[in-house]
Design a protein around this ligand. Structure first.
Ligand code: SF4
Length: 636
C-alpha cells in the first residue's frame, strides 16, 4: 500500500482490492442479506464483466491481488474462466476467501482454479452431513459440495499444484455444533484448513451447548455478544481496515468500501474514474476520518449506520492510525518500523557484533558468549506489543523430517519449551523408514502437535504439505536437526502481529558451521541486493504472515536444494523483512543427511539464477560506469 502524504489528505493506492465477480446466489441461507433482498439497494444483481475486469487490471498496475467473492456465488458468473485466465496472464493473484458454496461448478471452472493458480478458496460448509448442511444452506446439496472438493483435489494432483489452498469454513449453529469434530476430521482428510466462524445472526439456531463449542474452537466467546464483552470490540471489526488495505468494489465498479457494506455506496466508480481516484474520493477519505475518530458521523456515509462503527462510537475506541498505516517499503528498510525500544536493542547488538568482529578470535570468546546469553533471554517488548497475538493458534510451525528419528525429539522439545505457548506444530514425515512415524504416539498428550506423513517426495513438498495444513495467521519453520531458543516465538509473534507494516521478521542464528560468520552469530541487516546474491536469512529464524504464501506461493518443488533461499527472495520481493534482536535457532549438523548433502549446489544455484536472472547479474561497477559516462560525454 502506498501512502501519498503532504498538505492534501493521505491517498492510498492499495495493492489488493475486492472486486465481486457475482452478486447472484442460488442458495437461500436464512440470515444472508442476499436471500432477504437487502443487498438490492447498493449491491444489486449482476456479474463482473470480462471487459471491465481487463480494463481495470490494465489501468491499475499497482493492484497485484484481487479478492473476487463476497455476497454472491462466483461460479455463476459465465465469464469466470476468462477472468481467472486474464488475471493469471497479468500476474495478478486471485483469492476467493470470503466464500463460495460450491454447489454448481463446471469442470472448466475447476480446472481454471488450478491452472490459473487461484491462491485460496474458502468453502462455506456448515455441517458434516446432508441433513445438517441443508438446514442453513437451503437448496444446497452436501454430497455435491463434497464431490466438487474431490474434483478440485484431483485436478490439483493432476497439475502437481498446491494451489488453490482449500478452507472449510463452518458457521456454528445450534443444529450443527455436534458435527464440529467430524467436520474438522473430514477437512483434514481432504487437505483443507478448518475455520469455525461465529454467526452474524445469534437468533437463528443459537448454540445449545456452549461449553462443548468452547472446547471445540478453543476460545471462550461463542457468540458475537460474548466476543464483544470479552474483547471490548465487535467480532470481525478488522473488516473496517479494508477501507485502507483492500477496499471493496462492486461488480459494476461502484465503491462499497468494505465487504460488509450492502446498504449504500461511497459514490464514484472504479471502472470509469480509475481506482486511485474513486478509492480516494471525498466520501472514502471522510469515512477513514470517521473510523479513526477524527470526523463526526455523516448521513451520506454508509459507516454511519453500521453496527461496527456504532460499537466504536459507544466505546470511543476508534482505529488507531498506526493500525492501518504502512510505510513505503524503502522507508521501512531504512528506518525499521518497530518501536524505538526494539530499534535501540538492534543497534546495541549490531555495535557489539562489530566490536567482536574487530577483535582477535582468541579474545572474543567471552564477549560472544555474553552476547549470546543476552540474545537468548526474553526480549523486553514495548507495552503495546506485549499482549498482541493473533487468533489461536497464533503461529503454525512447519517441521519436515526424513529418517531423523534419533534427533526429531530434541527439535520438538525445543518447540514445546517455547515461552510462547499458542502454536501448532505440523511434523511432516517425508516417507521415513526409520520408525519416525511411530514417534507420533509420544506426543498424543499435546494437542498442539500433529504428525502427518507423505510418501518420500522431498523436503520442499513436505514443507508445502505443512503449509497447506497450517491454520495460524503466522508461519514459522524448524528443521529436524536444529533447536530453537526458548524465547524466540515470544518475541517474533507479538512484534510481527503488532506491526502491520511488516509481513516477515527474522531473528539471529547461532552457528559454528558457517565460516563467513566467525563469531558464530548470524544477524545481518536486511539488504535485498545482497539477498539476491547470497542467502543470509536462515529459514529457521523466519516468521511471516501466512498471507504471503497465498500471494507468492510456497516452496518450489522443482528445486531440491536452496528452496529456502528461493522462498525468502519471494516473501521479501515487495517488502523487506525486519530483524528482531533475539536468538532464534541453534544450527546443528547432526549427521550427513542435511538437505545440502549430496545434492548439486551448482544445478540448483543455476535454477535460482534463472528465476531471479536480472538481479543476479554482477553488481554494477559504479566508478567504471562513471568513467565511461564521462568519456562518452567528452566525445559527444
Ligand atoms: S463501519 Fe461498517 S461499513 Fe464502515 S468500514 Fe466498517 S464494516 Fe464497513
Amino acid at each position: 500500500m502506498l501512502f501519498m502524504s503532504g498538505a492534501a489528505p493521505v491517498r492510498m493506492l492499495p495493492n489488493r482490492v475486492r472486486l465481486e465477480a457475482s452478486s447472484f446466489c442460488q442458495l437461500r441461507c436464512p440470515s444472508c442479506p442476499t436471500t432477504t433482498g437487502a443487498i438490492g439497494a447498493a449491491v444489486g444483481g449482476g456479474f463482473l464483466r470480462i471487459e471491465d475486469f481487463r480494463k481495470f487490471v490494465d489501468a491499475n498496475p499497482f493492484v497485484r491481488q484481487i479478492e473476487i467473492s463476497n455476497y454472491g456465488e462466483i461460479f455463476l458468473n459465465p465469464q469466470l474462466v476468462s477472468i481467472l485466465e486474464y488475471a493469471h496472464r497479468k500476474n495478478v493473484a486471485i483469492t476467493i476467501e470470503n466464500g463460495v458454496n460450491l454447489n454448481h461448478v463446471k469442470e472448466e471452472q475447476i480446472e481454471a482454479l488450478v491452472k490459473y493458480q487461484v491462491r485460496i478458496v474458502t468453502c462455506s460448509i456448515d455441517g458434516a452431513s446432508p441433513e445438517t448442511y441443508r438446514v442453513y444452506r437451503v437448496r444446497g446439496d452436501f454430497d455435491v459440495v463434497m464431490e466438487n472438493i474431490g474434483k478440485i483435489n484431483a485436478c490439483k494432483a493432476r497439475y502437481g499444484s498446491q494451489l488453490p489452498r482449500l478452507v472449510w469454513q463452518f458457521v456454528i449453529f445450534g443444529h450443527n455444533e455436534h458435527e464440529l469434530p467430524l467436520a474438522r476430521q473430514m477437512a483434514a482428510r481432504l487437505g483443507m484448513e478448518f475455520r469455525p466462524k461465529l454467526t452474524w445472526d445469534d437468533k437463528f439456531s443459537p448454540i445449545r451447548d456452549k461449553a462443548f463449542v468452547r472446547a471445540q474452537i478453543a476460545q471462550r466467546a461463542v457468540t458475537r455478544e460474548e466476543f464483544e464483552r470479552e474483547h471490548g470490540e465487535k467480532y470481525a471489526s478488522g473488516i473496517c481496515h479494508q477501507l485502507w488495505r483492500d477496499p471493496q468494489i462492486n461488480w459494476d465498479g461502484r465503491i462499497l468500501g468494505c465487504c460488509r457494506n450492502f446498504w449504500g455506496d461511497f459514490g464514484g466508480n472504479a471502472f470509469t474514474d480509475g481506482a486511485a481516484e474513486s478509492l480516494n474520493n471525498e466520501k472514502m477519505v471522510y469515512a477513514r476520518g470517521m473510523l479513526t475518530g477524527q470526523n463526526p458521523p455523516r448521513d451520506d456515509i454508509p459507516c454511519t449506520t453500521c453496527e461496527l462503527y456504532e460499537g466504536m462510537r459507544t466505546r470511543s475506541r476508534f482505529i488507531a492510525p498506526r493500525e492501518v498505516k504502512r510505510e513505503p517499503a524503502d522507508a521501512a528498510a531504512r528506518t525499521g518500523v518497530f518501536r524505538p525500544e526494539v530499534q535501540t536493542r538492534i543497534a546495541e547488538v549490531d555495535t557489539e557484533l562489530a566490536a567482536i568482529a574487530a577483535m582477535p578470535r582468541a579474545q572474543s570468546q567471552r564477549r560472544v558468549q555474553s552476547l549470546k546469553d543476552s540474545m537468548a533471554a526474553p526480549l523486553r517488548l514495548p507495552r503495546a506489543e506485549r499482549n498482541a497475538t493473533p487468533p489461536s493458534p497464533a503461529v503454525s510451525i512447519v517441521l519436515p523430517t526424513y529418517n531423523r528419528a534419533g534427533f526429531l525429539g530434541e527439535a520438538i522439545a525445543s518447540v514445546q519449551a517455547q515461552s510462547f505457548a499458542d502454536w501448532e506444530l505440523l511434523v511432516v514425515d517425508d516417507g521415513s523408514s526409520d520408525g519416525t512415524g511411530a514417534l507420533a504416539a509420544n506426543y498424543r498428550a499435546d494437542p498442539r502437535i500433529r504428525f502427518v506423513a507423505q510418501r518420500h517426495t522431498g523436503h520442499a513438498a513436505a514443507r508445502n504439505l505443512g503449509l497447506r495444513l497450517a491454520r495460524g495467521a503466522l508461519i514459522a519453520y524448524l528443521d529436524s536437526d536444529n533447536l530453537w531458543f526458548p524465547h524466540f516465538l515470544a518475541a517474533a509473534v507479538p512484534l510481527l502481529h503488532a506491526t502491520p507494516a511488516a509481513d516477515c521478521v527474522y531473528g539471529a542464528m547461532a552457528s559454528d558451521l558457517h565460516p563467513q560468520w566467525p563469531h558464530g552469530i548470524v544477524f545481518d541487516r536486511f539488504d535485498r541486493a545482497r539477498l539476491l546474491r547470497e542467502n543470509f536469512i536462515d529459514l529457521n529464524t523466519l516468521v511471516h504472515r501466512r498471507s504471503l504464501i497465498e500471494t507468492h506461493g510456497g516452496f518450489d518443488e522443482r528445486l531440491d536444494r536452496l528452496v529456502d533461499w528461493d522462498l525468502v527472495l519471494r516473501l521479501t520481493r515487495d517488502k523487506p523483512a525486519l530483524r528482531i534482536p533475539v536468538l532464534a535457532v541453534q544450527y546443528r549438523a547432526v549427521d550427513g543427511q542435511r538437505v545440502s548433502a549430496g545434492r548439486s549446489l551448482q544445478r540448483n544455484r543455476a535454477a535460482i539464477r534463472r528465476k531471479w536472472a536480472a538481479p543476479l547479474l554482477r553488481p554494477v561497477d559504479v566508478p567504471l560506469l562513471s568513467r565511461l559516462m564521462r568519456r562518452i560525454s567528452r566525445q559527444s
